[in-house]
Design a protein around this ligand. Sequence first.
Ligand SMILES: Cc1cc2nc3c(=O)[nH]c(=O)nc-3n(C[C@H](O)[C@H](O)[C@H](O)COP(=O)(O)OP(=O)(O)OC[C@H]3O[C@@H](n4cnc5c(N)ncnc54)[C@H](O)[C@@H]3O)c2cc1C
Length: 410
Amino acid sequence: MTVQGGGHDAIVLGAGAAGLMAAATAGQGGARVVVLDHAQHAGRKILISGGGRCNFTNMDAGAGQFLSANPHFAKSALARYTPADFLALVQRHRIPWHEKAAGQLFCDRSARDIVDMLMRECAAGQVEMRLSHRIIDVARDGAGQYRVETDHGVFHAPSLIVATGGLSIPKLGATGLAHDLARRFGLGMVAPAPALVPLTFGARDMAWMEPLAGLSVNVGIACHDGAGRQARHVTFRDGMVFTHRGLSGPAILQASSYWQPGEALEIDLLPGINAAARLLEIKRDRPRAGGVAMLSMLLPQRLAQFFARSCLPEGQLAGLPDSVLTDMAGTLGAWRLNPHGTEGYVKAEVTRGGVDTACLSSRDMEARDVPGLFMVGEAVDVTGWLGGYNFQWAWASGHAAGQAVAERRG
Ligand SMILES: Cc1cc2nc3c(=O)[nH]c(=O)nc-3n(C[C@H](O)[C@H](O)[C@H](O)COP(=O)(O)OP(=O)(O)OC[C@H]3O[C@@H](n4cnc5c(N)ncnc54)[C@H](O)[C@@H]3O)c2cc1C
């Protein structure tokens, strides 16, 4: 078996967002770094992200926009490498960008700009980039050196940064390598699951949902996470889209990260509106209108027809008791639906869960009990909301590990 280019200070597994950032940081800090990836090209997920324009950060990113068994874990890395730091890098490379929704920054031209930037940063740190390398085995010897066997030879280094991401989108090269290595080296795991993913429904629900496919509506969805003093509640107000498999759209993707099998979703179809007062006002102003006409003033036509048919008696509003309208308002404000599941890793933008943060240093992502082993990016149990947060975590955690490796050498 060939031993490849000895004398590395660190091996980075994964040439994605976190791995490229870790490698560039370590390399520019003076460490001799090799990046290994089985894909032919680096940063494939970056290239397709944000509809091809890469929502590369969110200026409001803080630990509050992340799910983790330890909601405080992400704070240190996020504070030490901020959205402003990444933006400064983007500007130094003269990449044109724009703010789409509040805080969400996208490339003007293409996500390719971000990948090219990271590759230039790696080149500036003399990082050796080894793509199309299949990882066969990873081990740590008695002297504390990591040994990575690939189909192109064996690599050795005292530090190993695992940046191979989560399970989402296998066709883009996602594998469970990081999770397997975590188990192999005795690190705990928080059960992984698809997140930022459309939700699916059973045949009974699909029978009435299917005709609504394509329809979109603004909603509010209340989500909760954790228990006891760690419990957190958040409401996402954004678009929801009916699909041929169930529900999608940004509000649903956000809610999917919190949703647990068996739980109902509670959807406010009229967020920010006092629905009871509004329905009673319409009844007063247009007593001869029917239910569909009334609901069409507040909802898209097809949804109005659906609710009128399923919740209201036929006839003019004047003939309806106010209590029927207040009940209707209650339904519209807290519409309960029971998803059957998700569209899975083939459609999930991220994987929630992953390497248990309790086993890692929040300062530099090193495993507490395995010196020289770092876990970064999506592999770790830190999952961001939609809106540039996941990349910010990849940059921040990659930077933290890269810096630690460079300091160790110095
Ligand atoms: C469609 C889509 C759109 C997205 N849009 C955004 C967005 O706009 N903004 C945002 O913040 N987030 C977005 N995300 C999420 C974001 O892409 C991820 O959170 C981020 O890429 C995670 O970075 P990472 O480096 O940890 O993992 P990845 O970027 O997934 O990189 C992992 C790397 O490891 C390699 N690898 C995996 N397994 C192996 C193995 N066994 N051997 C060798 N190499 C391996 C892969 O080839 C890959 O290069 C999007 C995700 C998807 C799927």
